[in-house]
Design a protein around this ligand. Sequence first.
Ligand code: HEM
Length: 142
Amino acid sequence: MTFFGHPFHPMTSHFPIVLYLLGVWLTGAYLWRGQTDFERFAYWSFILSWLATIISSLVGLVDQNQLEMADPRRENVNAHITAGVTLLIINGLLVYMRFRWTDVLTRFRWTYLGLMALGVVAVATTAWLGAELVYRLQIGII
Ligand code: HEM
């Protein structure tokens, strides 16, 4: 999928990264300062990062179809997809838990924060593998 001749996925892929990390940062700010607004904004940030991950993934699926079926670089794209889907699941669980229990940070504090930390690993891995596709394997270079 292109937008004025540019691959579309790189234009959308930064939103899930930034919004997820913003959610983590706001959660940390809430734990530090105790102001509930930080926690509420963190929740919205996780909702938006989840939606952005879905949109970016759908666009990425279209972009990867421009590779030949026999192209060995599809293996690398698949690793990138695995990390992206892991992020989608973790981010979805965070949103579900916060939706189900508004006091999740008290009731299930360490499960919730542990999941959040795993999400940081997933988002960093997805982004790193994505950058490998472009800058090392030259996918989507125009
Ligand atoms: C099913 C899911 C996904 C597929 C099929 C996919 C596919 C791709 C492909 C083919 C590229 C190479 C550039 C291009 O042709 O557009 C790429 C790059 C990239 N992807 Fe994904 N992607 C997926 C999900 C994600 C997600 C969820 C994120 C962010 C959390 C992400 C972040 C990136 C980044 C940062 C790049 C490098 C962009 C650049 O620096 O120019 N991808 N991806």
